[in-house]
Ligand binder design. Structure first.
Ligand SMILES: NC(=O)c1ccc[n+]([C@@H]2O[C@H](COP(=O)([O-])OP(=O)(O)OC[C@H]3O[C@@H](n4cnc5c(N)ncnc54)[C@H](OP(=O)(O)O)[C@@H]3O)[C@@H](O)[C@H]2O)c1
Length: 305
């Protein structure tokens, strides 16, 4: 049931978040990808097969039929990008990684520009800030005067392994223990290799080490360990109400996720809500949930109420 015209979005900055946004838009029924706006230096870069028909421009003004723009550039240039897009009267969503006072100031700046051009803007609409801010806010609302503890962790608990790193040809290594379905423990060793290193030899050397001997050890060469560490992040949000006459309330959120994917999802949800908003700037906590469901709002209402 898709009676409405798809909302046409431009993606500004085609990095990790921008690329996942593009993929999710192409999988959706109610959203369309109008254009990808890139820096001149990367505009000539190859796009994945499925996106070859999408216009790539170096300025938002060259893109046609854009209902809203998703700003996916580094946080320090978000404001500049926002200013250019708003000047064209195009509503925006950003996921700038700013918190507290800094996010407040950012929102204030965007609000002035958005009001001037008569369009709505949603700021800090990612995972954190974004969805996690909403959870935090709900937890606090339910337990006023309580205290929140937040722990961030790597979802797969990767740790550095000096043993694997000491093997010749290995630049750096991370190790994770994974429990297979039958309860066996497997060890995954991710290695960043020096140029021309022999993967088989290195695998054998790691497996033969007394530390790993007799264990089911898999060795995976990867391009970039730092990126791997970023993936599969996790968080525990633990909120305890203040003790007293209303009894003990204890709320717990344990989440493991790919931050890029969740951020892209939130940006699309926020974009769906844009058309219902008056000109101005909004944080995710100020947007009705039902608006973010878009055309699925009625079903969501039935399913989750
Ligand atoms: N709220 C959250 O939870 C959350 C989570 C993840 C990320 N973020 C934010 O989302 C944004 C994008 O993150 P990402 O991981 O996708 O970063 P990324 O992979 O580094 O991608 C950023 C892209 O922006 C463009 N770019 C780079 N430098 C630029 C510059 N100086 N001026 C204009 N454009 C530039 C590039 O795209 P082109 O080559 O196409 O120009 C680049 O690929 C960041 O602001 C990040 O802080 C927020």
């Amino acid at each position: 049931m898709s009676s409405m015209k798809p909302l046409r979005l431009a993606i500004v900055g085609f990095g990790r978040v921008g690329q996942v946004c593009a993929e999710l838009i192409s999988l959706s029924h109610d959203l369309g990808l109008a254009a990808i706006v890139r820096r001149a230096a990367s505009a000539g870069g190859k796009l994945p097969e499925t996106l070859r028909s999408i216009p790539v421009t170096i300025h938002i003004g060259q893109a046609r039929d854009v209902d809203a723009a998703l700003i996916c550039v580094p946080t320090n240039v978000v404001r500049e990008a926002a200013s250019q897009i708003l000047q064209h009267g195009i509503p925006i969503v950003d996921c700038a990684t700013l918190h507290g006072e800094a996010l407040h100031t950012h929102k204030d700046t965007i609000r002035k520009m958005a009001l001037h051009h008569g369009v709505p803007a949603i700021v800090g609409a990612g995972w954190d800030p974004g969805a996690l801010s909403v959870f935090r806010s709900w937890f606090a609302l339910l337990t006023p005067g309580g205290s929140t503890e937040t722990q961030h962790h790597a979802g797969t608990s990767l740790r550095h392994t000096t043993m694997a790193r000491s093997v010749r040809g290995v630049e750096d290594a991370l190790c994770a223990e994974v429990r297979a379905n039958d309860g066996r423990v497997q060890r995954y060793v991710y290695v960043e290799l020096e140029k021309g290193a022999d993967v088989d030899k290195i695998t054998q050397a790691i497996r033969a080490d007394p530390l790993f001997l007799g264990e089911d050890t898999q060795v995976f060469p990867v391009e970039n360990l730092a990126e791997l560490e970023q993936e599969g992040r996790g968080v525990v949000l633990d909120r305890r109400g203040s003790p007293g006459r209303f009894g003990h309330q204890h709320l717990l959120l344990e989440a493991r996720f790919d931050e890029t994917v969740l951020t892209a999802r939130i940006m699309l949800a926020a974009a769906r809500a844009l058309l219902q908003l008056e000109p101005g700037a909004y944080a995710l906590t100020e947007i009705p949930l039902s608006a973010m469901w878009g055309e699925r709002a009625e079903n969501a209402h039935r399913d989750w109420l």
